[in-house]
Design a protein around this ligand. Structure first.
Ligand code: NAD
Length: 336
């Protein structure tokens, strides 16, 4: 009998990679809920799901996670006991959340709560939430451990992710729902969202247009290759859910590379990989951006067998290969 995975946001960057992994493994019936939100072009997401659409174990429900009818259709695809929900749908991005915090709250908090309600009433086996390193805010105690307390997010996006974590924890405590929150650290690789730094910088360096460097280049990020993230998500989906107190299991895990790269080094690595110099426009630091991110991954290693294996140089090479393939495919399509 196959297991059922409901993947919200499965047409997006990380979600489509998770679908690849589950369909390749076999033994999974996969239901994706995604509304093709216009945060970036639909054509990009259509390309992400192209190979999935013809797979017999795959169903795509185009709809909003805030819409209960859409959720009911997804949960009706299998019995709850066979079902793992991996909740990746969200409005992502720190800077746009400052301009429209209510939209972020609607999807990331209300949407998560609606999904938790459906997960509870359908008695699903496990609910896995995509959270974010941004919940750590500007905490100076790096590398960040999951046990850090007093978290103080500095953007609406980060606040919605912390709220979603809290609801997820509460559903384990109150309703016995097994849950896991995964804090992803800046994910990159093939299909990366076009708004994120590596993709946006790469495109501009290749095209010879200026890139905007916010601040003096000293801000640091823990860049994590998407295949490593997917291995961590799979480890989380399979983790032991035993508890002794009758409550649902709940744990938080960082999924990062546990190596922190200054922005100026990232730009230099992109220049090297692209074989071109960047034209850099220095701009002031952006409100909501944190000075550094740096994951401790000891807990994920111990409990999920998570070991990130892709360094930034190798990861950028994979990204570059994919970028060139996409550009070649686009130019073939556009030929008269
Ligand atoms: P993405 O934007 O590529 O994927 C998110 C998907 O969710 C999109 O396909 C979008 O159409 C869908 N979606 C948005 N609103 C929806 C709604 N109301 N109903 C149904 N579907 C909806 O983003 P991603 O980078 O793949 O991120 C996936 C998850 O990981 C998100 O929860 C994000 O916050 C989290 N995350 C990502 C990163 C990163 O670096 N990419 C870092 C930390 C956390």
């Amino acid at each position: 009998m196959s297991k059922h995975a409901i993947i919200t946001g499965g047409a997006g960057f990380i979600g489509s990679h998770l679908v690849d992994r589950l369909l390749d493994e076999g033994g999974w019936k996969v239901t994706v809920v995604d509304n093709f939100h216009p945060f970036y072009p639909r054509a990009v997401k259509e390309a992400n799901v192209l190979a999935h659409r013809s797979h017999p174990s795959y169903t795509l429900l185009e709809g909003d996670i805030v819409d209960e009818e859409t959720l009911d259709k997804a949960f009706a695809m299998a019995s709850g006991a066979d079902t793992t929900v991996v909740h990746l749908a969200a409005l992502a991005g720190v800077r746009p959340s400052i301009a429209d915090p209510l939209a972020y709250h609607r999807v990331n908090v209300t949407g998560t709560l609606k999904l938790l309600e459906k997960a509870r009433s359908n008695k699903v086996a496990h609910f896995v939430l995509a959270s974010s390193s941004s919940v750590y805010g500007e905490d100076p105690h790096v590398p960040w451990k999951e046990s850090l307390t007093g978290l103080a997010p500095i953007s609406p996006y980060a606040a919605t992710k912390l709220a979603a974590e809290q609801y997820t924890r509460m559903y384990a405590h109150l309703h016995g729902l097994n849950t896991t929150a995964l804090r992803f650290f800046t994910v990159y690789g093939p299909r990366q969202r076009p708004d994120l730094a590596i993709h946006a910088f790469f495109k501009k360096v290749i095209e010879g247009t200026p890139i905007q460097q916010f601040g003096d280049g000293s801000t640091r990020r823990d860049y994590t290759f998407v295949d490593d993230i997917i291995s961590g998500v799979r480890g989380a989906m399979d983790r032991s859910l035993r508890t002794e107190d009758g409550r649902g299991a709940f744990e938080i895990f960082n999924l990062g590379n546990s190596a922190t790269v200054p922005l100026r080094d990232l730009i230099a690595a992109i220049e090297k990989e692209a074989g071109r110099k960047a034209i850099i426009e220095v701009r002031p630091e952006q409100p909501g951006d944190v000075p550094q991110t740096f994951a401790s991954v000891e807990k994920a290693k111990e409990h999920l067998g998570y070991v990130p294996v892709t360094g930034i140089t190798q990861g950028l090479r994979h990204f570059h290969r994919w970028y060139d393939e996409m550009a070649a495919a686009r130019s073939t399509v556009n030929k008269p």
